[in-house]
Design a protein around this ligand. Structure first.
Ligand SMILES: Cc1ncc(COP(=O)(O)O)c(C=O)c1O
Length: 407
């Protein structure tokens, strides 16, 4: 089944926005366009339901129901229980809160494993636990390829390790890590795993139960939704970790790691992400599938399209002597988030691409450790071009032409 791009693009108002016409969007890893289902729900919430939710008057009841619907439907697509899904202001905020909880649960002398492939969000807050006497062990990438070798993890695991934190795929290297294999290794050693799925989820929601992740995090605003962080916390772990919310909310799993009041409107609007995935399935005649199967169907549709567009771009970049491509050259091994190191600073090249109708970015993308580990000066930074399933072949061709002019 081929992705119907005309249908897909009709779901994103940005593509009919006059002010964006002629602009090819290649900064999706920073934040995707928002699908109309989410925008419609957000607008409706602010117009009709912007009251304290969960009371018995109609507007309030509907608002509360819509917030529950968002968690229920996203959980079903992710293959987890409804109360295992919670929202926070961002993924960085979510890992920060989780790190507080682990800091209270672990004892001095316990160890956690972190990587230098991660965005700072899934490494910095964990590293700070050294303040509490917790040992932090570094799982390091290969400096040439950016690859995170499983062998490296094996050498770090022992009975002291209680948690392994790593990305599903990095926002710079973009190689897809074998989450299920890593989780199995960590579990066998008695450790939990916390997976940063921010760079992966926009390319298709995973079945988190199959991945075996105890914690799986992603950002809705990079996944066609509103500016929220989505957090899956597997029940046994969520109940074992100390509650970070008001004490009287401790019994409600999805409230335990949300100390601040939730953003009602944005949570409700997140149900639009599920609407979009369902619309994609219905349009492509997926048939009568369970929610997790619909998630997988949409995932495979997106992935096939993205991979087909990505390979020519990778081939083009790999053939340029003046360019260092970060991460794998094979499209199947990575997400379509392509960072490259150039003679000029990444941001300077992004600036030259802007007048050519290419929206992209340059810099360190908060992957400072990841760049340094590959011998790249974060101040020089990388140019990063990133796309998702709504991107067309013509846009990729336009990008290649523009790169040809500036490199
Ligand atoms: C891989 C990855 N993890 C985490 C984050 C942080 O997400 P948030 O902005 O929701 O805190 C980002 C943001 O760019 C990211 O790319």
């Amino acid at each position: 089944m081929k992705l119907d791009l005309e249908f897909v693009r009709a779901q994103f108002p940005a593509f009919s926005e006059l002010s964006l016409r002629g602009q090819a969007f290649f900064e999706n890893a920073g934040g995707s366009y928002t699908c109309r289902q989410v925008i419609d729900r957000l607008t409706r919430f602010y117009h009709e339901r912007k009251v304290q939710p969960y009371a018995s008057y109609e507007a309030s009841r509907l608002g509360g129901e819509e917030m529950d619907e968002a968690r229920r439907r996203l959980a079903a697509l992710l293959g987890v229980e409804t109360d295992e899904v919670s929202f926070g202001p961002s993924t960085t905020q979510n890992t920060y809160v989780l790190a507080q909880a682990f800091g209270q649960m672990l004892k001095p002398g316990d160890a956690i494993v972190v990587t230098n492939q991660d965005h700072e969000a899934n490494t910095g807050p964990w590293r700070r636990l050294t303040d509490r006497g917790i040992e932090v062990r570094d799982w390091k990438i290969d400096p040439e390829t950016g690859h995170l070798p499983i062998e490296g993890l094996k050498g770090l695991l022992d009975e002291k390790v209680k948690l392994v934190c790593f990305p599903h795929c990095s926002n710079i290297v973009a190689e897809i890590n074998p989450v299920a294999e890593i989780a199995a290794l960590a579990h066998a050693a008695g450790a939990y795993v916390c997976v940063d799925g921010v760079s992966y989820a926009p390319h298709g929601l995973p079945d988190v139960s199959k991945l075996g992740a105890d914690i799986y995090l992603f950002s809705a605003y990079k996944t066609y939704g509103p500016h929220q962080g989505v957090m899956v916390t597997q029940r046994a772990l969520g109940e074992a970790l100390p509650n970070q919310a008001h004490y009287f909310n401790a019994d409600v799993l999805y409230k335990r790691f949300t100390p601040a009041g939730p953003d009602h409107a944005q949570i409700a609007a997140s149900a639009g992400m599920a609407d979009y995935i369902d619309a994609l399935c219905t349009h492509h005649k997926a048939g009568d599938l369970s929610a997790a199967q619909r998630g997988a169907f949409a995932h495979d549709l997106m992935r096939a399209h993205e991979t087909a567009l990505l390979q020519p771009l990778l081939d083009y970049i790999a053939a340029k002597n003046s360019v260092r491509l970060l991460g794998p050259r094979q499209a199947e091994r990575r997400a379509p988030t392509v960072a490259m190191v150039l003679r000029e600073p990444g941001a300077a090249v992004a600036e030259k691409l802007a007048p050519k109708g290419i929206m992209t970015g340059g810099g360190n993308f908060y992957g400072v450790r990841c760049l340094k580990a590959q011998g790249v000066d974060p101040a020089h930074g990388a140019l990063r071009v990133s796309f998702v399933h709504y991107t067309t072949r013509d846009e990729v061709a336009k990008l290649i032409d523009a790169l040809d002019e500036v490199l």
